[in-house]
Every structure is written in C-alpha cells, then in structure tokens.
Design a protein around this ligand. Structure first.
Ligand SMILES: NC(=O)C1=CN([C@@H]2O[C@H](COP(=O)(O)OP(=O)(O)OC[C@H]3O[C@@H](n4cnc5c(N)ncnc54)[C@H](OP(=O)(O)O)[C@@H]3O)[C@@H](O)[C@H]2O)C=CC1
Ligand SMILES: O=C1O[C@H](COP(=O)(O)O)[C@@H](O)[C@H](O)[C@H]1O
Length: 494
C-alpha cells in the first residue's frame, strides 16, 4: 500500500518565522520520505506581495540546511503557491477558494484540506469564520485545522477562542499543536510506563518519593520579545508543555493506546491536580527574572522589553495530585530562559531503602533508623541526549562492604535519532493521518489554564523582587528552597 498522503495545505502566516524555520523543512522531510509525493500542494498566504517565484526561493532557502539535491528541491518547491492575503479581508477568501479548487484539480487532492494557522492567535477566530462563510471547506474530503500556540492567554480567552473555532470545526477536526508531544522521548514516557512491568508496578506513591521535570533553556527571548513579555514562563511553558508532560507521567493506563482513551486518562490526571488557593501560591510556586552578567543583558534591558517589566523568565513549582496513585508525591517542575544549559529531563526519584544494613554506624542514630543509601533515580533524558539513566546502589570494588551509586545508561544511537522525525514533521504527519493523539484536546487546555490562572493572578497582584537570578545559573535560590523545605533537592544541579 502506498504511504503517500494526499492534501492541500493552506498556511496562514506563510511568510513568517515558524513557517520558514519549522513548517517548510518538515514538509520537505515528509516529501523525502515519500509521505508527500505528487498529490500535494501548499498555498502560502500573508499580506506581503510575493510572487510564486520568490516564494519558491524562500522555500528553497528554508530547507538549504538539509543539503538535498537541487533537482529534488526545485520539484518540491514547485508544489508551493503564494497568495497575498489579508485574513481580515473577505474578498481575499474568494480568490483563495478559486486557487484551492484549481490546485485540487491539478494535483488530484480529493478535497482534502489542512489549514495551518501559523499566525498570531487573535486572527484564529476570523480565519475560521471566513473559511466557513466563504465556503472554503470542502464536503467530500477531510478538513483539518492545525492551531499554533498560545491557545489563549488565560481560561476565558482560551474558551472564547475555542468557541470561535468550534463554530466552524468539530473538536475532531482541530489539531492544537504542543510540539513537546511530538518529541521522541516524550512519546517514550508511555512506552516505558506501560511496556515494562518493573516500572508500572512501582509507578505510585508507595515507591516514588518525588518527580522532577526540568525544561531548561540557555537562550533568551531572541526574536519573540513582544510575545514573551506579554506571556512569561508560566504561560509560555508550564500551561502547555509541562502540564502535558505531567499528564503523561501521571495518567492511568488507557484501555487501548488510542487518541480517545489517552485523552480520557489525560483529562482525569489534569483534573486531579490540586488547585491552589491564592494564599498557597507563594509557598508552592516561585518565579524569577534574569539579571545582567558576563556580557549578557538583563531581561529588562533586552530589545523591546520594558525596563520595568515584571515578566517571569523562570518558574519553579510544586504540584500535588490528589488521587489514589499520587497522593503525597510532589511533582517539582521548573523552566526558564538564560539558564545553565539547553536540556529537558524528567527525574523520577524513588524512596530510599528503609535501612542501610551495610553500614552499622548509620543504622541507628538517636534510636531512629537512618539510611545513607542514595535514592534510585530514573532519568528520562528528552534532549539533547535521548535516552534513560538509572541510578542504583552497588558494592564498591574492594575490601569491606561500602556501597556506591552507579548509573545504567541507555542513549539512542545518533544515527537513529538523526533519522527520527523532528517534532513538527511527526505532528504534521499525524494530522495527515487524522491522528490527534499527540495534540492537545480542549478539556486538557481548559484544566491547564484553570490551574495556571490562579498562580498568574496572584503574581499579577504582588510585585516581585526582580531581577533575582544570574544568567548561566539554574534560576533563583528560592527554587532550591522550594525542595529543601520538603527535605528534597534537585537531581540536576549545576
Ligand atoms: N516562531 C516560533 O518559533 C514559534 C511560533 N509559534 C506561534 O506561531 C505563530 C506564528 O509565529 P511566527 O511565525 O513566529 O510569527 P511571525 O510574526 O514571524 O509571522 C506572522 C505571520 O502572520 C502574517 N500576518 C500578520 N498579519 C496578517 C494579516 N492581517 N493577514 C495575513 N497575514 C498576516 C505575517 O505576514 P505579513 O506581515 O506578510 O502579513 C507573517 O507571515 C504564533 O502564534 C506564535 O505564537 C509557536 C511556537 C514557536
Ligand atoms: O513553545 C516554546 O518552546 C520553546 C522551547 O522549545 P524546545 O523544543 O526548543 O525545547 C521556547 O523557547 C519558546 O519560548 C516556547 O514558546
């Protein structure tokens, strides 16, 4: 059976950064792998008056790093068409419909449509409404819309946006992108949990002491200062990526590994997160903003950022899950810009053995049992290395009976990861297949915003003492104290 997928992509925001850095390279990789062949076309739209020839050059430049042979690049780019289009102008949709129908006939696209909204979210509702009112949606093939983040600014705006979208599309036609769900090792969470009895049987509050999720970035806000200053780390990373990861780590085993069953379990997990009362925010969540150091400008002195900005460029928090499996286990999360390094990791910290029988001095202290044995830690390395590490206690070589922690390591080999589809490529492929498993469903978005809104509201009402961390560090000292007061510490320290 041919693996070819047949569709017309209409990219709103076709001249933008996301389209050029992520979408065109991903489409090209799907083309190289034969998922896209003869029966696909792309209409790129935006306001600037580009010609098709110029657009082909932009597409070729966007994939230049992939070092493909020029003939293949030219053939691929020939499937791209540019339409100058202001999304607020109804007349432009009439032209868009004509071009879509022409390309459908030319490439045999069977009325299959993917609308990719790679634009600022305030336009999503307008676009969806025009797609319906100007009858751009087809009746015979599929119509799917891929929505970029951020999906709203808070619960109310997310709901309003969702209402606008669902006036045109059913929930099963809406693909809300969270690119972390397209990452190899995030998808691997389910494989290790449900594919290995040793983990699933220990995956609960009897054996796990705490879980730590770290999404660390070395860079600052780069080109996205205006968006970021209006968002901050909590909205930019916690509401979506971190809570999605948390739902995969904590959900119950789905009846079947299908979109519907996984969504049911993820929603239950997100519903089980203990909502914070306003007075509990300060003891459970801390925020930070980077100062100047070592030639790096302070956040408040970055281009397009107000010198008085109180936007959080770092957040760390403790999240409790009120269900039978997780009651009592803290989930510590942290993310930030201008930290020590660029990496993502999940550390599952197991409870220590109750006694250390190997060292008699340790066994009793003031009549209490005490152990100096280290906790076992399972680390899921999401990036840059993709793999797992397990810290165990083993006998130290030599006389006597001392123990040492040792690490068991597995990393995907670099050849395999080089060929593994990048997140956007994988997610676009899923959307072509009509598989929304690795996209965010509305109820998940809604519960995530409700949790985050309480924290954001408290922060908006209390002025922080910023800046409070050095670029190149792992964030403010309050992030360490958050764990220390529970008798824990971050597994990854600088
Ligand atoms: N860039 C990134 O790395 C990421 C981006 N995102 C999200 O993706 C979306 C796009 O981001 P990004 O590509 O960076 O943004 P850009 O500002 O680079 O692109 C915005 C696009 O919208 C077009 N546009 C603006 N106004 C109109 C209009 N009235 N009618 C038609 N087109 C218009 C612009 O083209 P023109 O000016 O020619 O009209 C441009 O193509 C945003 O929602 C962002 O949050 C999410 C994750 C990462
Ligand atoms: O969604 C976002 O993610 C990126 C980090 O993604 P990664 O795949 O490079 O880890 C972040 O830089 C950006 O601010 C945020 O909007």
């Amino acid at each position: 059976m041919s693996k070819e997928k047949i569709a017309l992509f209409t990219i709103f925001g076709g001249t933008g950064d996301l389209a050029q850095r992520k979408l065109y390279p991903s489409l090209f990789k799907l083309y190289q792998k034969g998922y896209l062949q003869e029966h696909f076309a792309v209409i790129g739209t935006a306001r600037r008056p580009w010609t098709d020839e110029h657009y082909h050059q932009v597409v070729a430049d966007a994939i230049a790093d992939l070092k493909a042979d020029p003939a293949t690049v030219t053939k691929f780019a020939s499937h791209f068409y540019y339409q100058s289009h202001d999304v607020t102008d109804a007349q432009h949709y009439v032209t868009l419909k004509k071009l879509s129908e022409k390309l459908d006939a030319q490439y045999g696209l069977q009325d299959n449509r993917i609308f990719y909204l790679a634009m600022a979210p305030n336009f999503f509702g307008t676009i969806a409404q025009h797609l319906r009112s100007e009858s751009i949606l087809t009746t015979n093939g599929f119509n799917r819309v891929i929505i970029e983040k951020p999906f709203g600014h808070d619960f109310e705006s997310a709901k309003e946006l969702n209402d606008q979208l669902t006036a045109t599309f059913n929930e099963n036609q809406i693909y809300r992108i969270d690119h972390y769900l397209g990452k190899e090792m995030i998808q691997n969470i389910s494989a290790i949990r449900f594919g290995n009895n040793i983990w699933e049987s220990l995956w609960n509050n009897r054996y796990i002491s705490n879980v730590q999720v770290t999404l660390s970035e070395k860079l600052g806000v780069e080109e996205r200062a205006v968006y970021y200053d209006n968002s901050g780390a909590l909205r930019d990373m916690v509401q979506n990526h971190i809570l999605q990861i948390l739902s995969l780590l904590t959900m119950e085993q789905p009846v079947e590994f299908t979109e519907k069953d996984i969504d049911v379990e993820k929603v239950k997990a997100l519903r089980s997160i203990r909502a914070l009362k306003p007075e509990e925010v300060a003891t459970n969540f801390v925020r930070g903003q980077y100062a100047a150091a070592d030639g790096v400008k302070a956040y408040r002195h970055e281009d397009k950022i107000s010198p008085e900005s109180n936007t959080d460029t770092f957040v760390a928090g403790k999240i409790m899950i009120d269900n039978y499996r997780w009651s009592g286990v803290p989930f510590y999360v942290r993310t930030g810009k201008r930290l020590a390094d660029k990496f993502t990791r999940i550390d599952i910290v197991f409870k220590r053995p109750v006694l250390n029988i190997f060292n008699h001095d340790d066994v009793r202290e003031n009549g209490d049992a005490k152990t100096s044995l280290e906790s076992n830690v399972l680390t899921i390395k999401v990036e840059p290395t993709e793999g797992f590490e397990l810290r165990m206690n083993a006998k130290a070589i030599g006389q006597g009976f001392a123990t040492n922690p040792v690490n068991l390591n597995f990393a995907h080999d670099s050849a395999a990861t080089a060929n593994s589809p990048e997140a956007y490529e994988r997610l676009i492929h899923d959307a072509l297949n009509g598989d929304a498993t690795n996209f965010t469903h509305w109820q998940e978005v809604a519960y995530s915003w409700k949790f985050v809104d309480t924290i954001q509201k408290y922060w908006d009402e209390h002025t922080p003492d910023f800046p409070n961390y050095r670029p190149g560090s792992m964030g403010p000292v309050v992030a360490d104290q958050l764990l220390a007061k529970d008798g824990h510490e971050w597994v990854y320290k600088q």
